[in-house]
Design a protein around this ligand. Structure first.
Ligand SMILES: O=C(O)c1cc(C(=O)O)c2c(n1)C(=O)C(=O)c1cc(C(=O)O)[nH]c1-2
Length: 259
């Protein structure tokens, strides 16, 4: 972070080119990721660098469960926006990736393996009663966004996944190295996600490159990605304020007392 408190925007200047081609839009999207993705957040640096205690890691996993559990609901809303069967078929597996199908327990269950391993009770985690208010507002805003904006913007808001495999690799390596309460069994969520996220992001990018045909639509795609980086960033801000700065809001998880 710079002395002015700006993380990266001043380090990588915003491309000034007009969004008059798919290539220009892709360059802008990658700039948004490079300057706004939550991998840049100080809370993640602490998490991956082994600088948090177990209670702080519990708080992260508990709050992140709320994000995880809303994703298939968000994807069901996205699916409902499409009249063409082809797009619905392509999108449907995202719901199964998280909720599971016969013979595959799915991502939410794998996330609960992580929270089990951290010593949190399933009842407490699944109730989401201990999550931070900002987490709740952020994940709800994501669902409302895909409900209220155009189908193109709904798909574009998933484009943060272009940048997810890198943070997943960093997290797997960092957490296994630094925390004695983390082992490969509880990190399976992330190792499985590496392939899923790559496939999903490739489809979403291709869709946006093909369907955003005007500079205005390309701008909407970029704005949808920026909105989503805010959804992710604000969750990290809230974790930092509560569990690093020590300002835990009323009703939120208190390590050692709840869970
Ligand atoms: O660990 C992460 O940093 C991270 C980030 C994101 C993302 O960029 O939105 C997702 C995930 N993980 C993830 O596991 C996941 O299933 C997922 C789905 C979506 C989406 O927007 O549909 N994002 C993400």
């Amino acid at each position: 972070m710079s002395a002015t408190g700006i993380y990266t925007a001043e380090i990588i200047p915003e491309p000034q080119e007009p969004l008059d081609s798919p290539e220009a839009m892709e360059r802008r999207l990658r700039w948004i990721g490079a300057t706004r993705y939550h991998s840049l957040h100080p809370f993640h640096h602490l998490l991956h660098g082994g600088k948090l205690n177990k209670g702080q890691v519990q708080a992260w996993a508990l709050n992140r469960y709320a994000y995880q559990s809303i994703i298939p609901i968000k994807d069901a809303v996205v699916l409902s926006r499409f009249r063409d069967r082809e797009t619905r078929l392509e999108w449907r597996h995202r719901i199964e990736d998280h909720d599971g199908i016969a013979g595959d327990e799915g991502g939410i269950e794998r996330w609960l393996v992580l929270t089990d391993g951290l010593g949190l009770s399933r009842d407490y985690v699944e109730s989401t009663r201990g999550i931070l208010p900002a987490t709740r507002f952020a994940v709800e805003a994501y669902v409302h966004f895909v409900r209220d904006r155009s189908p193109l913007e709904a798909i574009a808001s998933s484009l943060t996944e272009l940048f997810a495999p890198n943070i997943h690799r960093e997290r797997i390596a960092g957490m296994l190295k630094h925390y004695d309460f983390i082992n490969p069994d509880v990190m399976v969520y992330f190792s499985r996600r590496l392939n899923q996220a790559t496939r999903d992001a490739e489809f979403a990018l291709k869709y946006c490159l093909e369907h955003a045909k005007t500079p205005e639509q390309r701008q909407q795609v970029c704005d949808a990605l920026a909105f989503k980086t805010d959804v992710l960033w604000v969750q990290q801000d809230a974790l930092y304020q509560a569990y690093v700065n020590g300002m835990v809001p009323p009703g939120a998880f208190v390590p050692g007392r709840d869970g």
